[in-house]
Design a protein around this ligand. Structure first.
Ligand code: TMP
Length: 185
């Protein structure tokens, strides 16, 4: 979902719940989840890199994903773990394909390469008006703490939200759309 929708909070709650039920579960994130991926994350979110080309941005997210799938997701699945990823391929489709205008089909094709065809069994889309999401972020940590993507104009985040909803509608068997304006519980 968009910034400030509560993904990380819910992902942690899901991890706790599954673990308490005795289900072996790991929680990871993108960009990041590996040492190299966390370095890509630093570059991607660095506000001093405001001139980064959209294509460069896309390839760095894909690079983080390629590492994450090979080093964390696939080994986890092979062990029989449930793997929760706080963001995955759909984020690139929504942000770079939609938000940056690189095209959703192009990004989906490149995701295939980065993920070696691994797809989530279920994807939770936390749907929220980006204006409310950004307001939540600012309430939590103040204007100066916005990262490079969070600092994008509202129109960008609106396109991201619309793209997410569009891809969710195209794969209703995979997506669960949650109204993220609801309270945390
Ligand atoms: P996070 O704030 O959810 O940890 O994600 C970091 C930022 O990266 C967030 O603004 C969304 C953005 N993002 C993309 O633009 N494309 C992607 O493929 C991913 C995984 C994240």
């Amino acid at each position: 979902g968009v910034e400030g929708c509560g993904k990380s909070t819910q992902a942690e709650a899901l991890l706790e719940r599954l673990t308490s039920l005795g289900v072996p579960t790991i929680l990871s994130r993108e960009p990041g989840g590996t040492t190299l991926g966390e370095r890509f994350r630093q570059i991607l979110l660095d506000t001093s890199q405001s001139e980064m080309e959209p294509q460069t941005e896309l390839f760095l997210y894909l690079a983080s994903r390629a590492e994450h799938v090979a080093k964390v997701v696939l080994p986890g699945l092979l062990r029989g773990d449930v793997v929760i990823s706080d963001r995955f391929g759909d984020a690139s489709v929504a942000y770079q394909g939609g938000g940056r205008g690189l095209g959703t089909e192009t990004v989906e094709m490149l995701n295939q390469v980065a993920t070696r065809g691994v797809k989530p069994d279920v994807t939770f889309l936390m749907d929220l008006d980006p204006e409310e999401g950004i307001a939540r972020l600012l309430k939590g940590r103040g204007e100066s703490a916005r990262d490079r993507i969070e600092s994008e104009v509202l129109g960008f985040h609106r396109t991201v939200r619309e793209t997410y909803l569009r891809i969710a509608a195209m794969e209703p068997e995979r997506f669960v759309v949650i109204d993220a304006a609801q309270p945390r519980e």
